[in-house]
Ligand binder design. Structure first.
Ligand SMILES: Nc1nc2c(ncn2[C@@H]2O[C@H](COP(=O)(O)OP(=O)(O)OP(=O)(O)O)[C@@H](O)[C@H]2O)c(=O)[nH]1
Ligand SMILES: [Mg+2]
Length: 192
């Protein structure tokens, strides 16, 4: 089971590395400017591997990013047993600002891209400490991602967090829950 990979994707500066530090106490590189994580960094934990990916949107759009992602998820579509779990980290504040300007956040394209690969990512909406009116904002974000509000009905997929406030417990729970599901499926397929 140790080969299960949990990879963290999202726009540059969304807080992926900060979230990983909070979740697992990893010594990730965190920076105020986008483009801090330049290449995928793998960490072997006790029962799975964590991958901190570079952010999308820094020097490369989704097209350039596909190459980075393909290493991680290539072939996943054709595998009978899922081996990787995606966590898409979104900067909630910046997502809302982009949406208010009537632009399409790159996060939406990335989410659709992952779904195309049959990867159903956990969506961690980060920087909640910078957002007012939590419920209305989260409803807006899920609806822009193509899910029907209220966001609460997507509790098995969407989780608001704040790495800054050390508020990531719900995300940690969701990850371990999904991992348990994956492990059960792997076990079942090994018995068959
Ligand atoms: N206010 C606030 N700031 C945060 C939060 N999480 C991360 N940050 C800040 O956001 C900035 C970017 O954090 P990183 O973890 O380096 O972001 P990243 O997504 O790994 O960025 P790249 O490696 O460039 O893709 C840093 O200044 C963090 O301190 C949060 O929950 N709230
Ligand atoms: Mg990073």
């Amino acid at each position: 089971m140790k080969e299960i990979e949990v990879f963290f994707v999202g726009r540059a500066n969304a807080g992926k590395s900060a979230v990983l530090k909070e979740l697992f106490g990893l010594k990730t590189r965190i920076g105020r400017r986008p483009g801090v994580t330049r290449a995928p960094v793998r960490y072997q934990l006790d029962s799975f591997i964590v991958i901190d990916l570079p952010g999308i949107g820094f020097r490369r759009g989704l097209n350039g990013y596909r190459r980075v992602l393909s290493d991680v998820i290539e072939g996943e579509r054709h595998k009978r047993r899922p081996r990787s779990l995606g966590v898409q980290v979104i900067d909630g504040k910046s997502f809302l600002e982009i949406t208010e300007r009537h632009s399409k956040p790159l996060d939406v394209d990335l989410f659709e891209y992952l779904l195309d690969f049959e990867i159903d990512p956990i969506i961690a909406i980060n920087k909640m400490d910078k957002i007012k009116e939590h419920e209305a904002s989260l409803d807006k974000i899920v609806s822009r991602l193509g899910m029907l509000p209220p966001y609460k009905q997507w509790a098995d997929r969407v989780v608001p967090i704040s790495a800054k406030r050390h508020d990531v417990a719900q995300l940690k729970w969701l990850i371990s829950h999904r991992l348990q599901d994956m492990k059960n499926k792997i076990r079942e397929s090994e018995v068959l």
